[in-house]
Design a protein. Structure first.
Length: 101
């Protein structure tokens, strides 16, 4: 069960990465080069670049016609969070029942 949950978590992570890249591409196509570069740099520096791209992507979703991408990205984030909570919840009883040496 834990392996399946972690596999789902990995799929959600890859899906989020693909959606992030698609939003970045739309940024560059719509002359938001500075913002696109800032998001790329900030992803590697502190991780906030993805959050900026996510928020800006939702703000421009209708204008850039990326509503489906943003819905998929939101779905990946929500499912990933829920699956990771389930992984932690199923692992906690197993950790608690380990014998202490």
């Amino acid at each position: 069960m834990a392996v399946l949950l972690q596999l789902i978590s990995v799929v959600c992570g890859v899906g989020s990465l693909v959606c992030f890249i698609m939003v970045l591409i739309k940024m560059f196509q719509n002359n938001q080069t500075g913002l696109g570069i800032a998001c790329i740099v900030l992803v590697f520096v502190c991780g906030i670049g993805a959050l900026i791209a996510f928020i800006y992507g939702w703000m421009k979703s209708a204008e850039w016609d990326i509503k489906n991408v943003m819905l998929a990205w939101t779905g990946c984030i929500v499912v990933g969070i829920l699956v990771n909570i389930l992984v932690i919840a199923t692992a906690a009883p197993a950790i608690g029942s380990m014998p202490i040496e």
